[in-house]
Design a protein around this ligand. Structure first.
Ligand SMILES: Nc1nc2c(c(=O)[nH]1)N[C@H]1C(S)=C(S)[C@@H](COP(=O)(O)OP(=O)(O)OC[C@H]3O[C@@H](n4cnc5c(=O)[nH]c(N)nc54)[C@H](O)[C@@H]3O)O[C@H]1N2
Ligand SMILES: Nc1nc2c(c(=O)[nH]1)N[C@H]1C(S)=C(S)[C@@H](COP(=O)(O)OP(=O)(O)OC[C@H]3O[C@@H](n4cnc5c(=O)[nH]c(N)nc54)[C@H](O)[C@@H]3O)O[C@H]1N2
Ligand SMILES: [Mo]
Length: 680
């Protein structure tokens, strides 16, 4: 019998899955063909869920550090000892001495219960802000009131042109591709804007390869051309927007010739882009997350919003600036699960948590890490390792011995999603949520996160904190839903939440004025310029020593650091994809060994020379570690302009050919060469 369940990964797509277990306990996963968005296709990462579930490397029993090694201990011992550490921290320094470091490694509803435990103790210190998408969310909050996306079907049916601007669709949002193909079959144009060449580019009518971090200039220069040629939607501007005159008056700063030299986009392509937005109707803009991980990342998203709005693509079928899907939040009562409003929480921003740990007063005495692998994923790994090491008792809850778990005092085994009941509710794109049904029993001694925290609450003499059952909690969190909808979710495996398929069609925006705000009072209140503005002297540039941009972007095949079940994911010597400008300057040929270096780190890597893409950019997949460092040893903890967002793509390096006598690859390095597939 096939069980309907869902992928919990931090991803746009949120797939519905059909799982089948054979007599030998093998689990076969396939996409659920009934799901209108994911339509029966499951990506590499989704298929990995069963391999991760059955992996021989999975942590299956609680582990305790003894000296340099880990020993198995019983759950009773683990819970008693950790509870004692929590109690000692409460007695010595109070609840702020407890640190909950979490992220979205699993995007299901009941994972909110992890927070409930800490809030029930009165509060804690926890991670807030984002390594992911917050600058863009804040930008769209200033402009629109919220980040709302168009339904994929709307883009497929109505767009005359689709601009995929900084989203790596073919790798990170694979179920978007069929919708794009449908639009193309109707004759819609496809444009891809990304410094690194993308697999989707092969299907595109045009690709632009801007210098990383300069898209805001590109958008404002195109908007200036539209203003000068009167390719502006005056009706929309008059009826539904605020502050057009203010931004229009600033556009003279973005002279196309100058912008061409700063963005490395040919000036004729800037005019071409202006004409696309000004004269094609409607244009759908699909924004990615990569472009806002820069010093002016928030302003960049505002600049693109302004271009799209002024040229009349907002609130119309086939248009929009789809960045995220934030309309779903009102469908869930997270507070019922977390109880955050009653807690006293000290906040550490994810980007800068290491410095905060080191400076904390009261100090952090015990740390819990759930749903994240911060040693690999937080910028400036060296600083994070130092801060984490300074904590007296470190508890990591995970299914694998991650680099963070390797530093822990206790590693507690949690269940894999195929062993859990829950609701997958964090789609970044469409409006379907899915039911997570257990496919197999937990392996070994693994327990769901909530059960681990419930056991800890009992050991602390506070069982009431985590009182409840899966059924009751799901009911509480779905209390805004009519009963039939909950039943439908369980029966069908997924439901549509019916958010509007065209964002802002009623032109009633969520901003203070109710209009689209070219000039935003919220931005001003947060200390920013009222309208989108890119300051040329704030563009980050490399140095003579480290001239190239190092983009540590998301892996093609796997999810971030979750690569332990891929043989090719374990290579000590990574592939770096380098622009042809670097290859020419440094005399590097495809397949050469190179050194990638900056002030903070140095690695030996294998170069893949890219025929297309920005000529002076380097791609190294994030989540890699080896040679004693991680990809985030290259980055630092600088922040973007808006929200609480890291700017880890403002990162520079040198690339040089390894000397001839070092050309001989080792066995381990050879294992990494094999899978180098997509070097173009
Ligand atoms: N296969 C796979 N899929 C994933 C993930 C994964 O790890 N692997 N992770 C998931 C998560 S957590 C997230 S947040 C999403 C992220 O998915 P995306 O939105 O696709 O974001 P990124 O992967 O960060 O970067 C995507 C693109 O941004 C481009 N980019 C970088 N800098 C700039 C710039 O300055 N301008 C422009 N125009 N483009 C730029 C890069 O060239 C890259 O192609 O993907 C999710 N899906
Ligand atoms: N330099 C650089 N840094 C980046 C990025 C980048 O592009 N470049 N991308 C950033 C982005 S977009 C993001 S979202 C962050 C993400 O950073 P992380 O959230 O740290 O991402 P993952 O590497 O996927 O690690 C998730 C961990 O959670 C575990 N896990 C999965 N499910 C569960 C569960 O149910 N319970 C528990 N307890 N654990 C679970 C997995 O096994 C895995 O070890 O990284 C950011 N860091
Ligand atoms: Mo992310």
């Amino acid at each position: 019998m096939k069980v309907k369940t869902a992928c919990p990964m931090d991803c746009y797509d949120s797939c519905s899955i059909l799982a089948e277990v054979d007599g030998q306990g093998n689990i076969k996963l396939e996409g659920n063909p009934e799901h209108p968005i994911t339509k029966g296709a499951l990506c590499n990462r989704g298929r990995q869920l069963s391999i991760r579930r059955n992996s021989e490397n999975r942590v299956l029993r609680p582990l305790k550090r003894v000296g340099d090694t880990f020993v198995h201990i019983s759950w009773e011992q683990a819970i008693a000892e950790i509870a004692a550490q929590v109690q000692a921290t409460l007695d010595e320094v109070g609840h702020h001495g407890i640190f909950h470091c979490y992220d979205w490694g699993s995007g299901t509803l009941l994972k909110n219960l992890n927070q409930r435990f800490f809030y029930g103790l009165g509060g804690c210190t926890e991670t807030v802000g984002s390594l992911c998408w917050d600058a863009g969310l804040t930008a769209q909050t200033y402009d629109f009131g919220r980040a709302n996306s168009h339904a994929p079907e709307d883009t497929a049916e109505h767009a005359r042109a689709i601009v995929v601007w900084g989203r790596n669709v073919a790798n990170t949002n694979v179920h978007m591709t069929p919708f794009i193909k449908t639009a193309q079959a109707r004759g819609a144009q496809l444009v891809v804007i990304s410094p690194l060449s993308q697999d989707l580019g092969r299907r595109a009518d045009k690709c632009l390869y801007p210098r990383p971090g300069t898209d805001g200039l590109l958008a404002l220069a195109a908007l200036r051309v539209c203003r000068d040629r009167n390719w502006i939607d005056h009706d929309f501007i008059r009826e539904a927007t605020l502050g057009w005159d203010a931004i229009a008056a600033e556009l003279d700063m973005y002279d196309p010739e100058t912008v061409a030299s700063l963005t490395d986009v040919p000036v004729e392509d800037i005019y071409w882009l202006a004409e696309l937005y000004g004269c094609t109707r409607p244009v759908a803009t699909i924004l990615g997350i990569g472009m806002q991980r820069y010093a002016q990342g928030g302003q960049t998203v505002r600049a693109i919003d302004a271009l799209v709005a002024a040229t009349g693509h907002v609130g119309v079928p086939g248009g929009g600036v789809s960045y995220a899907q934030r309309q779903l939040a009102s469908f869930f009562d997270e507070e019922a699960l977390t109880g955050r409003s009653k807690a006293d929480v000290r906040e550490f921003e994810r980007a800068t948590q290491a410095a905060d740990i080191l400076a904390a007063n009261p100090p952090i005495r015990v740390a819990f890490v759930t749903r994240t692998n911060p040693v690999l994923q937080v910028p400036d790994s060296a600083l994070f390792r130092k801060a984490f090491a300074s904590i007296r008792c470190k508890v990591v809850i995970d299914t694998f011995m991650t680099k963070t778990a390797e530093m822990a005092d206790y590693v507690l085994p949690c269940t894999n999603v195929l062993e859990e009941e829950d609701v997958a509710y964090t789609t970044m794109w469409h409006d379907y949520v899915s039911y997570v049904k257990p496919v197999v029993a937990p392996r070994g001694e693994a327990k769901p996160d909530w059960k681990i925290f419930s056991d800890l609450a009992c050991a602390l003499g506070r069982p009431e904190i985590m009182e409840g059952s899966v059924d009751v909690w799901i009911k509480r969190a779905l209390s805004p839903w009519p009963q039939e909808k909950v039943a439908e979710l369980k029966e069908c495996g997924f439901v549509k939440l019916d958010v509007p398929s065209v964002a802002w069609a009623d032109r009633k925006f969520g901003t203070p004025s109710g209009k689209f705000e070219f000039a935003s009072s919220l931005a001003v209140a947060d200390g920013h310029h009222p309208v989108a503005r890119i300051e040329i002297d704030k563009l980050q540039r490399g140095t003579e020593m480290y001239p190239y941009v190092l983009l540590t972007i998301h892996p093609r095949k796997w999810q971030l650091s979750q690569r332990e079940t891929f043989p090719e994911g374990r290579g000590e010597c990574p592939i770096v994809e380098i622009g042809r400008g670097i290859a020419n300057e440094q005399g590097i040929a495809d397949g050469d060994f190179v050194y990638v270096e900056n002030e903070r780190a140095r690695i030996r890597a294998i170069a893949r020379v890219q025929a297309a893409g920005h000529a002076k950019s380097v791609r190294l997949e994030i989540g890699w570690s080896g040679q004693g460092v991680t990809a985030n040893d290259f980055t630092d903890t600088r922040k973007a302009d808006f929200g609480s967002q890291s700017a880890q793509y403002d990162c520079f390096c040198s690339v040089v050919r390894a000397p001839a006598h070092e050309e001989e690859p080792s066995q381990r390095e050879l294992s990494a060469i094999a899978p180098a597939t997509t070097g173009k």
